[in-house]
Design a protein around this ligand. Sequence first.
Ligand SMILES: Nc1ncnc2c1ncn2[C@@H]1O[C@H](COP(=O)(O)OP(=O)(O)OP(=O)(O)O)[C@@H](O)[C@H]1O
Length: 613
Amino acid sequence: MKTPDSARPAAAPPVSAAEGPRRGAALSLAAWKQFLAVARPYWLGEQKGQAWTLLVLLLVLMLVETRLAVLLNEQAGEMTSALAGREGGRFWQTVRACLLVLAFAVPVYALYYFMRDLFANQWRRWLTGRFLDGYLRERTYYSLGADGAIDNPDQRISEDINSFTGRSIHFLLVFIGALMQLVAFSAVLWSISQLLVGVLVVYALAGTVGALYLFGNPLIRLNFWQLRREADFRFNLMRLRENAESIAFYRGESQERARIDASFDGVFRNFARLIRKQCALNVFQRGFSQLTLVLPGMILAERVLAGQMEVGRAVQAAGAFTAVLGAVGVIVDNFESLSRFVAGIERLQALARLVLPDAGGTRGTAKTAAKAPRIQTLPAAHLSLDRLTLHPPQSDRVLVRELSLALRPGDALLITGESGCGKSSLLRAIAGLWCHGSGTIHRPALDQFFFLPQQPYLQAGTLRSQLAYPSPDSPLDDAALLEILDQVQLPRLAERVGGLDAVQDWEKLLSVGEQQRLAFARVLVHRPAIVVLDEATSALDSGSEAALYARLRDSGATLVSIAHRAAVLRHHTHVLHLMGEGRWESMEAGAYAFDGAAGRVRSSAGRPADIAA
Ligand SMILES: Nc1ncnc2c1ncn2[C@@H]1O[C@H](COP(=O)(O)OP(=O)(O)OP(=O)(O)O)[C@@H](O)[C@H]1O
């Protein structure tokens, strides 16, 4: 059974204040550059064939759609003129023409939107893959989480990319469509009234500049924070779910409620500010578009009243006026979603800078780390440390100073020391997760290592996939897997859960001790050369612990382990005792006595270890 203290952080890092919308975030050149940095690789890279083909197809559909819209507008004018002139024949002929145009227009319209969404989906798949490559490459997900360089990277990958691709295509087409509409209808409008065109240009320009000036930056900033607050809120809910059992044991509902309330309060307050701003924008947009109802009429009325222009021609002019205004006022019309789009680009570009080295980005963490002294890692047949000095990330505190040791195949090193002295940190350095410090780690490739943490990670999937993890497939047949389950003292597990193909929520189903035994089974499946155990038997009874250690030693693997029980000492050949402040001593295992009262291992003889390099 898990204790309340088994509460673990959820996958996403907590809120970080390290990042916020920079001042340049606006409908500006900087935003445009950020957009290009994220979008360019798709349009100019290996996917460019697909991207441009889909775009050309969409443009053709859009051209056809615009042409059909012009035809419909013409027919609408004709229909009105026929009715005004009481010309039945002309009217019915126009109705037939209208129906014919509609027969084409409707499928073209549906196909256009289908293609648009298909395109966005393709782009999203590619871009998500690219970000995931960068996020998982060189364990970036770990370093981003450890140094809190960015908030909610998971939300950025799952949602911000989706809205980036969807909105990019939407706006690309909106702007191209606006251009086509402008060309198509301004000719009509120009032929009817040049004054109307002049009024319209001045009106649209004034509207666009006014919207940018009044609403640009505030709306983008509010949208930026809205995205982040929503992600923080969701993250807190996720933590509750992931640690449900521990919280339930603690009866920590009121604390959790307070935390969730606080994060929702952030969502609520920001959204309240956002809707106030949007309300003002709506007044502006509404006023801007509603005036078009009367403007063309006011300008053309005299000519219609004087009999110089047919009523239908005026209706046609009003339609064209609205279409051209829609084209030149496209920024004003789409201002709200445009500002949300720019805010999303800002978040995505911040992630790209950290995970994609070619997205205008040096990785922030790598940049800082480059300045700091780094531990060198060199390939070697066996594990050895040479004058290793280790600091936690972004800290000058010394956990280990000038540590040298070498392990031969079959050696088993026990690392001991008081809580917090740096035992797990040393394992992190060996695994390459931490590299802040100096000295050299000589080691075989990481695929020859197997790390067993105190709390094993059990992914969703079958029992077989648990045993094979981290490989996708088991290298052994079912009989061998069952035999291994037997060796780790889980003889009836497969039978109990419904066989090796059973899919369960393993973290909930298995006790921590059973999970630890399952993790040992993974080692026996993979037979690595070096096994690193960080209190990996802490939940086991001493009999099971001894049996598992004995089984591991039989496998011939080199062991590096952290454990607090005296009984494990006999399964090791050497001891490294960390004494805090970077001090350490290493000895043969036989030279150590276990201080049962203090619950820790201490040196009894002080003989220098032969593992000291
Ligand atoms: N990401 C981090 N950034 C800064 N300091 C850290 C970080 N992770 C751990 N530390 C600090 O480094 C020190 C060593 O931690 P470590 O986990 O190695 O201790 P330990 O000896 O394994 O302790 P225990 O026996 O309790 O597990 C601790 O004081 C811890 O607070």
